[in-house]
Design a protein around this ligand. Structure first.
Ligand SMILES: C[S@@+](CC[C@H](N)C(=O)[O-])C[C@H]1O[C@@H](n2cnc3c(N)ncnc32)[C@H](O)[C@@H]1O
Length: 155
């Protein structure tokens, strides 16, 4: 299963981008033997002022046929092993493309949220999108490590 990361806004070169790239590379390396790999990193920007709905359309257009999970502070709170299990279950169901979406300043489009297979929260506090994408990339690497039985996750 290819796991795609969809984000609103572009991340410039800097410490967050370096961390993001490192965790995504680790996820891909650890996941490949488990049937999980990194797909596209889709960064969208709507310059016409269409807001969340336009951003969601740009994301859908880039990944037709993908299952979407949205990251949302009002979503489901889960442990890292539960997240890993859910990722593994999607793979085992034969899903080819899973797109994980992080919203922009206004959050996630309600239509995309309604269509999403899961809405996942990192906790009730709101984080800026550039940190949220780093946190998600780390959880992907952690999830692959848990599924691989490697000692990275020790709790
Ligand atoms: C700055 S936040 C959006 C703020 C907020 N949703 C709003 O409506 O003002 C940007 C994105 O980061 C992600 N995000 C921020 N905090 C999060 C959390 N606690 N759990 C999951 N995702 C989060 C979400 O995808 C969110 O759309």
């Amino acid at each position: 299963m290819k796991v795609h990361l969809c984000v609103v806004g572009r991340l410039k070169k800097g410490p967050e981008k370096a961390l993001l790239d490192d965790y995504l590379r680790r996820f891909d390396k650890t996941g490949r033997g488990l049937g999980l790999s990194l797909g596209q990193v889709v960064e969208v920007e709507d310059r016409k002022g269409g807001g969340m709905a336009a951003e969601a359309e740009l994301i859908r257009a880039r990944l037709p046929g993908a299952v979407f999970w949205v990251m949302d502070e009002r979503g489901e709170i889960m442990t890292s092993p539960e997240f890993a299990e859910r990722l593994g279950a999607q793979r085992d169901r034969g899903i080819g493309d899973l797109a994980l979406v992080i919203g922009g300043a206004d959050g996630i489009d309600p239509g995309l949220r309604a269509d999403a297979g899961s809405a996942i929260s990192f906790g009730k506090m709101v984080w800026p999108h550039m940190l949220a994408r780093v946190m998600l990339s780390e959880q992907l690497y952690r999830a692959a490590s848990i599924l691989a039985g490697s000692p990275y996750h020790r709790v």
